[in-house]
Design a protein around this ligand. Structure first.
Ligand code: SF4
Length: 437
């Protein structure tokens, strides 16, 4: 490893000017890819689509088994293009390069360079909304993670937790605001720990409060991935107070059985989790909650899954994702006994999602007749009067959408008010009432 993006520009891209980036993995990778693009442009390279590129950078993910497979498949496809003479260079960046760099160097000889995440981190983010449509953007406020969940490789791959300076973050926010971004999604592995390293206190509430008061064009501020044990009263208060902060919290719980939570090293119990959920709902009436669970953690029993299922019913969440545990070397959980067969994990995930479908349907039906503010994404391809949008309760890419019927043409990035008429699984259907220009 040791090679930086800077070295890469100087040594490898001297004669290359058209560079494409293939972005894989989570939205934090999207932000890194945007940063790489901005850096490349500043260095005089032009950005190209895959077909027209001299060099292709693939920004990989290696968080779980399926992400690794997707990354390797993408690299092999690019190598095939290189062999056919369609591209000249293949550069592998991101988590996979950081985690398996030395191994990959010997196995993937056709790759021209490997750039790990730690070498890639720029001093200042000059992010532009290249990988997202112009009306929304992701803003990364910290890197790596403060926590040590026993199943997770992130802290190992990404190194120590680093918060970005608040003033630098605010400069990015101002730039997004001037560019006309309407929705700002604040991301990081654990944004609720923001500030602990550089300010010695959790500063997310102060940061989002400042953003909400300062921005003019941005109408929705959403934060994603709030580690439950780090959610503060100040944060909930600022969410309740500031109208621009979406009443939406993504709080990954991972499990609810005390035994599994302890083995996962989540630093929260079932009783504390329930108290937190009740407090959030009390302080922010109407809030939508998203969470994720991991099933099949070593030692998880049928009884633990039953407990989780009962929790889904007793403490309904508007949005839930269920993942199967991925057996990752280098983690504490890797050596635990009681590994659960893949088939059993999948059956458990399926069982929980079936339960959640019923919960989501019930919660969604309550929205029929309600007037909601919708941000338009695009027109539906097969119907000229139907548009696809999202409410403040739908994060881009992860949640459902709201279909809006409108006889008048609507634009991407436009806000409309719509009355909800129908539930379509995880999506909603509505009719446009009034349109903002
Ligand atoms: S909170 Fe846990 S699961 Fe999430 S990135 Fe940090 S260590 Fe990994």
């Amino acid at each position: 490893m040791g090679k930086t993006l800077q070295d890469f520009h100087q040594q490898r891209l001297k004669n290359e000017s058209r560079v494409a980036i293939v972005n894989l993995g989570c939205v934090r990778n999207t932000v890194d890819s945007q940063t790489m693009m901005a850096t490349l442009e500043r260095k005089g390279h032009s950005l190209a689509s895959l077909e027209g590129a001299d060099a292709v950078i693939v920004n990989t993910c290696s968080f779980i088994e399926s992400a690794k497979k997707e990354s390797i498949d993408a690299i092999l496809e690019l190598i095939a293009l290189k062999k056919k003479g369609k591209i000249k260079k293949v550069i592998v960046a991101g988590c996979l390069a950081e985690r398996y760099g030395s191994q990959l160097v010997s196995e993937l000889k056709e790759v021209d360079a490997f750039v790990g995440v730690q070498a890639m981190s720029p001093k200042a983010l000059q992010a532009k909304a290249y990988l997202t449509p112009p009306h929304y953007a992701y803003l990364k406020i910290c890197e790596s993670c403060f926590n040590k969940c026993s199943f997770c490789v992130i802290p190992k791959i990404k190194g120590r937790f680093i918060s970005r300076d608040m003033e630098v973050v605010l400069q990015d926010v101002r730039r997004f605001d001037e560019q006309g971004v309407k929705e700002l999604n604040i991301v990081g592995q654990d944004i609720t720990a923001y500030g602990l390293d550089i300010y010695r206190k959790k500063n997310l509430a102060e940061l989002v409060g400042k953003i909400a008061r300062e921005v003019k064009n941005i109408e929705w501020i959403r934060f994603l991935y709030a580690y439950p044990a780090h959610i503060t009263d100040e944060l909930l208060d600022v969410m309740a107070r500031e109208p621009k902060i979406c009443k939406y919290i993504d709080v990954p719980l991972q499990h609810i059985s005390d035994k599994v939570l302890k083995a996962m090293n989540r630093r929260i119990t079932k009783a504390q989790t329930i108290a937190l959920i009740e407090k959030i709902r009390r302080k922010i009436p109407g809030v939508f909650l998203r969470t994720t669970f991991i099933v099949g953690f070593p030692g998880e029993t049928k009884k633990d899954v039953e407990e989780l299922k009962a929790f889904l019913v007793d403490h309904p969440f508007e949005r839930v994702g269920v993942f199967t545990y991925s057996h990752e070397e280098g983690t504490k959980a890797y050596d635990l006994s009681g590994q659960v067969p893949q088939k059993v994990k999948e059956a458990r995930a399926h069982e929980l999602m079936k339960e959640q479908e019923k919960v989501a349907q019930r919660l969604h039906e309550r929205l029929i007749g309600r007037e909601m503010k919708i941000l338009i994404e695009e027109r539906k391809k097969d119907d000229t009067t139907i548009y696809i949008g999202r409410s403040e309760f739908d994060a881009p890419d992860v949640d459902g959408v709201v279909y809006v019927k409108s006889p008048r043409p609507l634009r991407q990035g436009q806000f409309v008010s719509a009355r909800i008429t129908q539930v379509l699984g995880y999506d909603l259907m509505g009719e446009a009432l009034s349109v903002r220009q």
